[in-house]
Ligand binder design. Structure first.
Ligand code: GTP
Ligand code: IMP
Ligand code: MG
Length: 429
């Protein structure tokens, strides 16, 4: 009963989309457990690019059951658009292979408005959210006023929940944010329309996934964002509003921790982050720009340029710990080809003191300076290499250093965007 979780170990965009796509070949079920359409997973198949937002990356293989779990927040308008867009590109999607939890929470237009208005009000202190309504939807979930997918089919009960929520939300929008409120009847009509389009997909995903596990199917649990964006274990408040760490897979799908057999952490060979918040190894000169251009480091969801920096062992040690990893996948090694030297951050310095672990106080974290170990780069191209022995010696040294410093086996190395540009050291299924 292999059930393998794939999580990002940095600030998201590690290339989980490609890794999940590759692993999906042998999976029977692929499930998303948290986040929403703030995520952008890019998968390249035969030079054709697909950007997935809330649909699991496994959908690009025929015959895989793809689940959107209870821990995910769903914008029905965006989901309908994503389904229709993929169908237009000849991806088969229907009620047999895409299933949506009845308990997933619904992103409403007022959540999007609050997300955007509250960011505006924060000004220079804004988080830099994707503006998709993610935070306010999880607020309602935790505050027990959220609307779940199953509510969309409950007629007047759905309308009365909307009315009751909009009592205080419209007050907030109109008075605090000086913005426009929403009409519950209009939302009711529009969202009932989306509900009809999604009806064939709505299911008890907790039962489906446990049945799959109990019948020894290969189950892949796909994380979005990354460990440092986790609401509990990330660089709070510069985080997203869900548990993007391995534990989130259990709560976000209704699986007991005893059923998980592996946790694969994905690391990009360097570091990127979109949005505000501390990033000690950020490169501020032209080298940062070079990496951004070569790595195509622009948000898959928002198109924003990603901040680029060196590999940071302090955050990675934390990520290894909180996720309980069984293996590591390293992506985008090819982007570092041709650099004279590479830096690896081994600790931070603040106020004359060395920090081997990242300071939990965000104001101190913000001021930390990286302490680097510098190693020689490699001149040769690693692009498309599929055999570990064929990697340049210095590239192997880089990989082995990461493995040694983190104490976790490197099991996959990605050397390009395409499915076949991959070194598989250990199979996950
Ligand atoms: P999040 O949910 O936002 O974390 O998404 P993600 O981790 O799936 O990453 P995203 O797709 O946003 O960004 C990764 C980008 O790198 C995509 O354009 C991928 O096609 C590309 N990519 C992945 N692996 C490699 C690789 O090994 N080499 C190169 N050159 N590109 C890669
Ligand atoms: P939110 O998830 O839209 O609330 O955004 C909160 C923070 O998480 C912001 O810094 C975003 O840039 C970041 N974020 C959210 N989703 C992703 C993602 O898929 N990749 C990278 N960063 C993300
Ligand atoms: Mg992404």
């Amino acid at each position: 009963m292999p059930s393998v979780i794939v999580v990002g170990l940095q600030w998201g965009d590690e290339g989980k989309g490609k890794i999940v796509d590759v692993l999906s070949e042998k999976a029977d079920v692929v499930a998303r457990f948290q986040g929403g359409h703030n995520a952008g997973h890019t998968v390249v198949i035969n030079n054709e690019k697909f950007i997935l937002h809330v649909i699991p990356s496994g959908i690009l293989y025929k015959g895989k059951k793809c689940l959107i779990g209870n821990g995910v927040v769903v914008d029905p308008a965006s989901l309908v658009k994503e389904i229709e867009g993929l169908i237009r590109r000849n991806v088969q999607i229907d009620g047999s292979n895409l299933l949506l939890s009845k308990h997933a929470h619904v992103i409403m237009p007022y959540h999007i408005a609050i997300d955007q208005e509250s960011e505006k009000l924060k000004g220079s202190k804004s988080i830099g959210t994707t503006g998709r309504g993610i935070g306010p939807t999880y607020c309602d979930k935790i505050g027990r006023t959220g609307i779940r997918i199953s509510d969309l089919y409950q007629g007047e009960l759905f309308r009365s929940k909307l009315k009751s929520n909009l009592l205080h939300i419209n007050f907030l929008l109109e008075n605090l944010y000086q913005s426009k409120g929403f009409n519950p009847d209009e939302i009711f009509e529009e969202y009932s329309g989306y509900a009809e389009k999604l009806r064939e997909h709505v299911a008890d995903t907790d039962i489906i996934i446990n049945d799959a596990i109990n019948s020894n199917k290969n189950v892949l649990l796909e994380g979005a964002q990354g460990t440092l964006l986790d609401i509990d274990h990330g660089t709070y408040p510069y985080v997203t509003s869900s548990n993007s760490t391995a534990g989130g897979a259990c709560t976000g799908l209704g699986i007991g921790p005893t059923k998980i057999t592996g946790v694969l952490g994905v690391i990009k060979a360097y570091t990127t982050r979109v949005g505000g918040g501390p990033f000690p190894t950020e490169i501020h000169d032209s080298l940062g720009e070079l990496i951004r251009e070569k790595g195509g480091e622009y948000g898959a969801t928002t198109g924003r340029p990603r901040r680029c920096g060196w590999l940071d062992m302090v955050i990675l040690r934390h990520s290894v710990r909180v996720n309980g990893l069984t293996g590591i996948a390293i992506t985008k090694l090819d982007i570092l080809d041709g650099l004279e030297s590479l830096k690896i951050c081994t600790s931070y310095k603040y106020n004359g003191r060395i920090y081997n672990e990242f300071p939990k106080e965000i104001n101190i974290f913000n001021e930390c300076e990286p302490v680097y170990e510098e190693i020689k780069g490699w001149k040769e191209s690693t692009s498309g290499i599929t055999d570990y022995k064929k990697l340049p010696e210095r590239a192997r040294e880089y990989i082995e250093k990461i493995q040694e410093m983190l104490g976790v086996e490197v099991q996959i190395i990605s050397t390009g965007q395409r499915r076949d540009e991959l070194i598989k050291i250990k199979e996950q299924f």
